[in-house]
Design a protein around this ligand. Structure first.
Ligand SMILES: [Zn+2]
Length: 423
């Protein structure tokens, strides 16, 4: 406990109204993705706020990305506030896109209502409160008159909900986030205010097509039914693969515990004639299905894919005329912060100071932008830590507790002080 940390914590207690208003203002911008609404306005709003907090502000349109269009420009904002030195540099990153509101709300999803000690609305938890925590953590340090022995950088980025390719990945590919300048990164995603998230499982999305042979439906024995063959694959997945996946457990502390195992979800299936069209007597000669396989750090991608191919080849050997094609749709490798990372220990100490406890380390069931920090930018010392309850993300009546917002602001501020060896 030092004079500096005391001063910064006391300053944060005076910033609640401003932090809540900023969060509410962000929620009132429906930055819905898809398609990517109001990105430019939101980037400017964050940039203007950063400029008022003495940041040097840059805007980075994701030039070269196909989704960066005149109708829906992909604009990222990065603010840098240099302390006594440029390094070490702590980068705080938040995505400002939100998923569509969906049905079932009892409050206006884009009203930014503040009631019962909560900020309500789509994106309040995932993750506009997190952006506010980053901004006001840095601002509290400034208003306390503390000069960092290093720098703090804050970015507001696009498209995390659709993979982050025009957002963090773009900034990393263009050297704006890189091992050459970025020492530590904290992404204030909502994974509970007392826990530190050290990464996520891998993702393998793939499409399988079974190829049959068309024939008259009154004489199906003359053809090969691709839907039946897809059925055989689904049966094998259910009876054989899924129990095997469920028996594998990662040592990475993924939450909820059900996600500590390897999983496979069937996203969709389509085959034969459209069922609401006029029917003709034909044997289905084509069936396609898309699968979402979440794999463990211990499994790795190569073994994950090989296991799928082996299952398909096994069917091809056992079933006459079983023909298939497989196509990779997306591969995201698992990511994990290295053991003993300074960013983890700084946050642990800050949690004990602010909350009197730490809920320990967790990993996310889904992926988030940490993969781009680690794999493209080469910044391994990256975690997610921020305000909000993971389970509320993407739900109707999403909210963030104001107390979570302010506690996370304190934890992030103390971590920045420690990582720059300022206090
Ligand atoms: Zn998020």
């Amino acid at each position: 406990m030092t004079d500096i940390t005391d001063r910064v914590l006391a300053t944060i207690d005076t910033l609640t109204d401003e932090a809540v208003a900023f969060t509410s203002d962000l929620v009132r911008m429906p930055t819905v993705n898809p398609p990517g609404e109001l990105y430019e306005e939101c980037a400017r709003f964050i940039g203007d706020t950063l400029a008022r907090c003495d940041f040097e502000v840059e805007y980075h349109p994701a030039v070269g990305r196909p989704e960066h269009t005149p109708a829906h420009p992909r604009i990222n904002v990065v603010g840098t506030r240099r302390g006594r030195t440029l390094r070490p540099l702590v980068h705080l990153n938040g995505h400002f896109d939100v998923v569509p509101a969906g049905a079932g709300w009892t409050v206006d999803p884009f009203g930014g209502e503040v009631r019962d000690g909560r900020v309500w609305g789509r994106g309040s938890c995932d993750m506009k409160a997190g952006i506010a925590a980053a901004v006001f953590a840095a601002e509290a340090i400034r208003r306390s008159g503390v000069a960092l022995n290093g720098s703090v950088e804050i970015s507001g980025t696009v498209d995390e909900e659709s993979g982050g390719f025009a957002g963090v990945a773009w900034l990393a590919h263009h050297g704006r986030i890189s091992a050459d300048r970025t020492d530590f990164a904290i992404i204030p995603e909502p994974l509970y205010v007392d826990r530190i998230c050290i990464g996520h499982r891998g993702v393998y999305w793939f499409e399988v097509q079974t190829n049959g042979r068309i024939a008259h439906g009154s004489m199906p024995f003359h053809g090969v039914n691709a839907v039946e063959h897809m059925g055989l694959l689904l049966e094998r997945i259910h009876a054989d693969l899924q129990p095997r996946l469920a028996s594998r457990t990662t040592a990475v502390p993924v939450i909820p515990p059900g996600a500590r195992h390897a999983t496979l979800n069937i996203n969709g299936i389509e085959g034969g004639q459209p069922v609401d069209g006029i029917q003709t007597p034909c044997v289905a000669d084509r069936c396609r299905a898309v699968f979402d396989r979440r794999f463990l750090l211990e499994e790795g991608f190569d073994a994950t894919k090989a296991e799928i191919i082996e299952m398909l080849d096994g069917l091809a050997r056992a079933v006459p005329d079983f023909k298939y094609e497989i196509r990779d749709l997306m591969v995201v490798h698992p990511t994990k912060t290295p053991d003993g990372s300074p960013v983890v220990s700084a946050l642990e100490r800050a949690l004990h100071r602010v909350l009197g406890r730490s809920g320990g380390l967790v990993a996310s069931p889904g992926t988030y932008d940490q993969k781009h920090f680690a794999r493209i930018a080469g910044v391994p010392h990256c975690v997610a830590y921020g305000p909000g309850i993971l389970d509320l993300a993407h739900q109707p009546d999403e909210y963030c507790e104001v107390s979570d917002l302010m506690n996370a602001t304190k934890v992030i501020a103390l971590a920045v002080l420690e990582l720059t060896q300022t206090a």
